[in-house]
Design a protein around this ligand. Sequence first.
Ligand SMILES: [Zn+2]
Length: 232
Amino acid sequence: MSGFRYADYTDMLKAILDQGYRFVTLREFFEGKVTKDEKIVVNRIDVDVKIGRLRVLRPIFAELGIRSSVYPRLHAPGYNLLNFGTVRLLRELIEDGHEVGFHTELMDASGFLGVDPRSLLRAQIDLMHILLNAPIVGTASHGDMTPYNNLDFWKTNKPQDFGLIYEAYDARLWNDCRYVSDSEWTQWKSYDNGVLRDGDRRPPHLHAAEDGTRVLYLLTHPESWYEHYIHE
Ligand SMILES: [Zn+2]
């Protein structure tokens, strides 16, 4: 069970559930709606490339009773966040109990276009609030093949200044968890309390099973998963 088919995704989630973990959104984590002794999965989904694949992941989550925090981009080269069908999909996710935030590219906007990132963030939060009819309370910085590190925005800004509760790399979570990510597409990588676990390519459920990790911070991307072939 090391592939990236939807069936592998389902099996991975089931294997974690079978070990007694509860899946929570980042909002729930940062609002303190978890207890200190329970095993949790903080379930984050960054939508870098293919937002349509959320239509496949949604019923998987519904079947398993799992919720997540989903972060779409405003500036994705390959999809239009403001497309009505996409807005409706995000609304349906919220109705299912998922959280929708923003996968932000504020330093790219500022560095490449000279846009004021603070004004941009306020405007995009307001825009999504109107479209989704639900507040945005968290962001997750996007990393790309550009000279800009979008996390740098948070060196001089606080989420609370924008009516937000958190940024997804907040030290309260990042420095106290096992982070396992599919961001290298064909293999997993992991961090322990913010430090890279060099060469540890185990899938998330094995971190849970073999290491007894209490806080598993799971990051997946819809485009990493497929029925038969990644570019189907
Ligand atoms: Zn990203």
